[in-house]
Design a protein around this ligand. Sequence first.
Ligand SMILES: NC(=O)c1ccc[n+]([C@@H]2O[C@H](COP(=O)([O-])OP(=O)(O)OC[C@H]3O[C@@H](n4cnc5c(N)ncnc54)[C@H](OP(=O)(O)O)[C@@H]3O)[C@@H](O)[C@H]2O)c1
Length: 327
Amino acid sequence: MDKVIRWGILGTGKIAKAFATALREVPDVELAAVASRSLESASEFAAQYGVKRAHGNYQALADDAGVDAVYIATPHAMHHENAIMCLQGGKALLVEKAFTLNRRQAQEIASLARERKLFVMEAMWTRFQPAMLEAKRMIDMGEIGNVRSLQADFGFPADAGPEHRLFNPALGGGSLLDLGIYPLSMAAFFLGPVKGVRGYGELTPAGVDMQASFVLHHEGGALSACSCSLSAWTPTTLTICGDKGYLRLHGRFHHTERFTIGLNRGGEREFHYPRIGNGYAHEAMEVGRCLREGLLESPEMPLDESVALMGILDELRAQIGVRYVVD
Ligand SMILES: NC(=O)c1ccc[n+]([C@@H]2O[C@H](COP(=O)([O-])OP(=O)(O)OC[C@H]3O[C@@H](n4cnc5c(N)ncnc54)[C@H](OP(=O)(O)O)[C@@H]3O)[C@@H](O)[C@H]2O)c1
């Protein structure tokens, strides 16, 4: 049960660094290898984070027999190609959000993972934050009664040029895949499967969504009102509403340590559940737990749900007129 998980990191950008930092606080792991498109960048990263091997191309990491699990930390548009390559190399995977560009790509990863009997999980770190898990437990115990609706937002004015991954259509740019995935995924986490979506978007001259607002219709009839923006600061809170009260996850909700419960009968109570370090350790621990227990998926972030949520994003992008070349 204490098997050491030998991690490989694919990509050396911002989130790769945050994840390498988080791994320092995870027990029974080894940072075995890192891969970059440039050996120089991989070597610099390896020196900074104490990684054993530096590879100057991604294929070398997929083929590295001394790696159990690969964390894919490239822009969304590369996730599909990178994931398929690593699965063919026999690796378990933690794939950054958004999982892929569309449902078809997500389904292909899920199918290959099942065929090869390899573990894959979308890196939706929010689902593993201690405050989030406690909020879910309290809601499931009936603390706010019968849950009927949810509101969530995620926005900031992005200081990035048109070539940056946030705005470049070739890299899967747009607010929905970068930020909207959080309200969407957490709405499904709290209110259950989504059976319909209606949305509006404001597009950039390059044709990706600068911002979007959408309503989700959940199985069972509950509704979620969500928004995301790359042009406006928003409180970035998430509120779940039931017939006995509400539970609000404070901003920024996606890695929050605090929530408030307010009940109809009066009074508000605040709860505090600290995360470990920068918050990414929790998803790495979940991968470790699943691998040690022989699970091929995480029950908290199952593959079929990642595929279904990419399908909702496909539908939403079709409604607001955002198309990627791979669609
Ligand atoms: N969970 C979170 O909180 C969180 C936060 C930020 C980002 N993310 C996700 O993580 C992924 C990466 O985001 P990031 O902010 O880390 O991006 P980033 O800083 O631009 O890094 C991306 C890395 O991907 C590699 N890459 C491969 N092909 C590329 C290309 N054509 N253009 C640019 N980079 C390319 C590069 O590594 P090499 O040069 O070494 O090959 C680059 O350093 C995205 O899917 C994003 O949604 C998640």
